[in-house]
Design a protein around this ligand. Structure first.
Ligand code: ADP
Ligand code: MG
Length: 295
């Protein structure tokens, strides 16, 4: 069997706040599983429980079919909440300490620093790092010992677009090596770009889960282009049934409400004096479904 993690009917309260309500989820080897939901939906609580940092009130979970007490947590690389390093020690010293705690070879330090493009700052104090570098160091630390499974809580939290893209590439690279990655995020775009599977949480309830494609609904995603893209964008905003207009290179993508089709859009644009140079209907879109679900 390919199953890596099984979460079974897990519930967790903090006082009167129900953080997780009877959540069950199965994750298989090689999947890049996004736990997606708005702030406060229970993502960190879920990861805290499966990492053994929190106890569930009810329910259970198992890694590789083993009871959590029997599973070696050192085999799971994790990034949970804000990275915790010694500010006055260098990146290399911080990772050396992490190696000792995890019982892995010190040779790992340079390997993971190289992987996260931090070798050139290996001897700088942690406190001198930018937020993006701190986050990369935290991921580097999670990679010590080359674990087969990674659990990452909001890996691109607080980063700028370049930082987000860097982290995305690191995660995709790990995915290509066949690692299993469980990643919490409140950013749909991040999950959509990285994950093979997604579970959507809202107020502690698991709304839906499965392969990214099957969580999609049937609203059409349309890509459209025209000579004057600025005008196109302005006109699209006025057309009934058009939403989520986004720049996509030299084209615009949008969501077309159920029941409207390409011919409808083409006609509506033509009536506003716009000649479309390309219009293509793509498969449905996660965003509209996500927004609908968490509404
Ligand atoms: P997410 O990671 O999706 O933002 P969390 O799992 O952190 O959500 O939190 C889920 C809910 O539990 C929220 O309502 C949050 O305020 C509450 N919560 C989380 N941790 C604690 C805590 N230590 N004490 C009290 N409430 C908490
Ligand atoms: Mg969180």
């Amino acid at each position: 069997m390919n199953e890596i993690l099984s979460i079974n009917n897990v519930s967790k309260r903090y006082g009167h706040v129900k953080a997780l309500n009877n959540v069950s989820l199965q994750i298989n080897k090689g999947e890049i599983y996004g736990i997606l939901g708005p702030n406060g939906s229970g993502k960190t609580t879920t990861l805290g429980i499966i990492l053994g940092a929190l106890n569930p009130d009810m329910g259970s979970y198992s890694w590789n079919g083993n009871r959590p007490t029997k599973f070696d947590r050192k085999k799971i690389g994790s990034l949970l909440e804000t990275p915790n390093f010694y500010p006055y020690l260098s990146a290399r010293q911080n990772l050396s300490i992490a190696c000792k705690i995890k019982g892995v070879s010190e040779n790992e330090v340079d390997r993971v620093l190289t992987k996260l493009d931090l070798l050139y700052r290996a001897d700088s104090k942690f406190k001198t790092f930018s937020l993006g570098m701190k986050q990369r160091l935290a991921i580097a630390s999670a990679l010590l010992g080359n674990p087969e499974t990674l659990v990452l809580d909001e890996p691109s939290n607080g980063l700028d677009p370049q930082g987000i893209a860097d982290i995305r590439n690191v995660i995709l690279d790990l995915a290509n090596q066949g690692k299993t990655i469980i990643m919490a995020s409140h950013i749909l775009d991040e999950v959509e770009k990285i994950c093979t599977h997604v579970a959507i949480l809202k107020l502690g309830n698991l709304l839906t889960y499965g392969p990214i494609e099957s969580v999609l609904n049937n609203q059409a995603k349309v890509v459209v282009s025209s000579e004057n893209i600025v005008l196109l964008e302005r006109v699209l905003a006025q057309i009934d049934g058009v939403s989520h207009v986004r720049k996509n290179g030299d084209k615009l993508s949008l969501i077309l409400a159920t029941g409207k089709d390409g011919a409808y859009l083409n006609k509506a644009l033509f009536e506003e004096g716009i000649v479309v140079s390309e219009i293509s209907i793509q498969k449905s879109d996660l965003e509209s479904n996500f927004l609908e679900l968490i509404k």
